[in-house]
Design a protein. Structure first.
Length: 321
């Protein structure tokens, strides 16, 4: 936990910028690759590969999270998880995080303490730390995370390498976050496992490098939804992808929740985003890694189909749509 706010000023405007930075960074453990951590004008990280993978995501209160649905600790974990997932999807391993935090002056200092605990907890799951960042005044609490990564001598696995004849496979959960969002939207707070999947995703950390070593030809994480992200691969690779429904698992728990809400569990699995699963394509003559399960095939053409037919309806999340 962070410092005991009961003995200190209760809002960040009273705590002050530099004291707030100390609260977020003091006493935290950095990875061995951090040559110079927080406290100077910039951090210095080792880059053994000679290349640096970088990705940024921004989470804004009332757009990406709500504090009546999630605790600050959960928001912190989610902010880091969605960024680590992007590094994972390139076949790389993370080396450090930069955090940009904007919040109103009357934000309780305890909220930042709990948020920081969540950021650090998720980062430590992959053995990295927060090496620097910035804090500013903002009209709504905003968390921007930049994750840096290392390819360990491998080529990056992009969205553009899928080839006709490849198999499509997925690692991680599908549809759980969408189901959790639907439950919260109806005013419920259970089932806990489903709601928790929306509050804090569980990316298959390590599956990205595993896929790269196994010869993955393309890869993407499910930020926007299975069909939408398959579409990203199909467009970038200029191929067609056919999803086989007999290979796509619909978890029984989601079926039960959908039945209770009058919803469609299959739709959650096909279009729900924010599970941060990994979708990858592999040559048909090579075994799919153990963390992955086959769900479709790549062919000549364009677009994404399901059992050879077009999918009617929204395929996933898109900002400003």
């Amino acid at each position: 936990m962070g410092p005991d706010s009961s003995q200190e000023p209760q809002t960040i405007s009273q705590v002050g910028e530099f004291n707030l930075i100390d609260r977020v960074t003091a006493g935290r453990e950095q990875s061995p690759g951090t040559l110079l951590g927080p406290g100077d004008d910039a951090a210095v990280l080792a880059a053994p590969d000679g290349r640096v993978v970088a990705s940024t995501d921004v989470l804004v209160e009332h757009v990406h999270f709500r504090f009546d649905w999630s605790t600050p600790h959960q928001v912190g974990r989610k902010a880091v998880a969605v960024n680590l997932s992007d590094i994972n999807a390139m076949g790389a391993v993370p080396t450090g995080l930069l955090v940009g935090l904007g919040c109103p002056p009357d934000t309780p200092a305890a909220v930042v303490d709990q948020l920081a605990d969540g950021l650090w907890e998720e980062a430590q799951r992959v053995g990295v730390g927060i090496v620097g960042g910035d804090m500013v005044t903002a009209p709504a609490l905003t968390v921007s995370i930049t994750v840096l990564g290392d390819l360990q001598g491998r080529a990056p696995v992009t969205r553009s390498g899928a080839r006709p004849g490849d198999v499509v496979a997925v690692a991680g959960r599908l549809g759980w976050s969408a189901a959790g969002l639907a439950v919260l939207g109806r005013g419920f707070r259970s089932p806990v496992a489903v709601v928790g999947a929306h509050r804090v995703p569980e990316p298959p950390y390590g599956a990205g490098p595993q896929a790269a070593v196994a010869g993955a030809t393309s890869m993407v994480d499910t930020s926007d939804g299975l069909l939408a992200d398959l579409g990203h691969i199909a467009t970038a690779s200029q191929v067609a992808i056919d999803l086989r429904t007999d290979q796509v698992e619909i978890p029984q728990r989601l079926v039960e929740v959908a039945s209770a809400l009058g919803a469609d569990a299959r739709h959650w699995v096909l279009t729900g985003g924010e599970d941060q699963a990994l979708i990858a394509t592999f040559p048909a003559n090579r075994p799919v890694p153990p963390d992955f399960r086959e769900i479709g095939v790549v062919a000549e053409g364009s677009g994404v189909t399901i059992d050879g037919a077009d999918y009617e309806g929204s395929t996933g999340w898109e900002h400003w749509r």
